[in-house]
Design a protein around this ligand. Structure first.
Ligand code: EPU
Length: 340
């Protein structure tokens, strides 16, 4: 049985800590409740809320907010190679899931430690960090079609995963609610990915030569804690912008002026440049404008020190985009969903 709450503050439901109001708020913890909510005859459109970690809410929300709060984990038996399929309900917190994997000896998600948000929203932007992306462990997800309320499975090949991208940001956008995600993990012979420079350095500085999945997770946690603000302390949504991918010719011009520009070669013709570096070069790192600001250790992250409104953070993001465009002739795109 569902209940509709009225005028609920969303401050604790979005990691930016924006105090917008939901005119109607409905929390659903299983498929039956979700379908019941979707069939309410007085509403035709819904705002789907998961962990609230990748959104900037710039105004109150008048359509019903559906809070997806499904909990639970199902573990399949290991196959002969020691791989297990785990099926995780959408409302489980992502980092708690990672810690549970480490505790139970399941490898594959340790590089994705401390990413804010819930399991159910992880496929939408194909979360990624330190050389691993969700797609590397993803088997499939189950979703409810908002219009028909039918359940549909999306397998790896259906999802068109790309850098911070998937079918759920494109053709399937706004059409489905993910209710559970299945992952393929290792229970032995873990394939560790420590190729990312910062992880190697962290392990070396702790004299770890033969790391376990816990060592890798601990290294990632330590790196992230140094660089990224904890949303429980300072509101933020992780990287606010995507790293732009630019043509090689444009990159060569940039590099001729700034020889130290960090970059990743994507292909023979394209180079990815860290937006954090571009923003820092424009002088924004650590700057504060009222309660909106740019994090002092990672310029890619915008922060809400306390009571910034979504509109104030959005205005800052636009100012940053304009300045980067003016100085470098590179357009940087928001990674977070701007609501409103
Ligand atoms: N850099 C700067 N100044 C800054 C920030 C970064 O010069 O203020 C430089 C760094 O020195 C480094 C390069 O930019 O040479 C890359 O920095 P970092 O390794 O911190 O990674 P990133 O490209 O800034 C991406 C993801 C992060 C993820 C890290 C590690 C995106 C948009 N962001 O950041 O993801 O944790 O790599 O894999 O791709 C997130 O999505 O919320 C997130 C935090």
């Amino acid at each position: 049985m569902i209940t509709i709450q009225h005028n609920v503050s969303l401050k604790k439901f979005n990691t930016f800590g924006i105090d917008a109001k939901a005119k109607y708020f409905i929390s659903v913890s299983n498929k039956q409740e979700l379908i019941e909510a979707l069939q309410l005859s007085q509403f035709s459109d819904y705002f789907i809320l998961g962990g609230g970690s990748n959104m900037l809410i710039t105004k109150d929300i008048d359509i019903p907010v559906l809070h997806i709060d499904f909990k639970g984990k199902v573990i399949g038996p290991p196959n002969s190679q020691g791989e297990v399929i785990v099926n995780i309900q959408a409302g489980e917190n992502w980092h708690e899931f990672v810690l549970w994997c480490i505790e139970n000896g399941y490898g594959g998600v340790e590089n994705l430690s401390l990413i804010p948000g819930n399991v159910g929203t992880s496929p939408i932007q194909n979360i990624g960090a330190y050389g691993v992306e969700l797609k590397d462990v993803f088997v499939g997800c189950s979703a409810i079609d908002i219009e028909t309320q039918e359940e549909k499975m999306f397998f790896l090949e259906d999802c068109n995963f790309g850098y911070r991208n998937s079918i759920f940001k494109n053709e399937a956008k706004g059409k489905y609610i993910i209710i559970s995600v299945a992952f393929k993990l290792t229970s032995k012979s873990h394939k560790l990915n420590t190729s990312y420079g910062a992880i190697q350095q962290e392990l070396e500085s702790n004299n770890i030569t033969d790391p376990t999945i816990k060592d890798v997770s601990d290294a990632v946690i330590a790196i992230r804690q140094r660089k990224l603000p904890d949303p429980k302390e300072i509101g933020n949504s992780g990287s606010f912008f995507k790293n732009p991918v630019i043509p090689k010719a444009a990159f060569e011009i940039l590099q001729s002026k700034h020889s130290t520009v960090p970059h990743y070669v994507m292909s023979d013709t394209e180079i990815k440049v860290p937006a954090g570096w571009l923003i820092e070069q424009c002088g924004f790192k650590g700057k504060r404008f009222g309660d909106a600001g740019v994090h002092k250790n990672q310029a890619l992250v915008l922060v809400n020190y306390d009571n910034a409104t979504g509109a104030e953070i959005l205005a800052l993001s636009k100012k940053i985009q304009e300045t980067v465009l003016e100085k470098f002739n590179i357009a940087i795109e928001a990674e977070v969903n701007v609501i409103g």
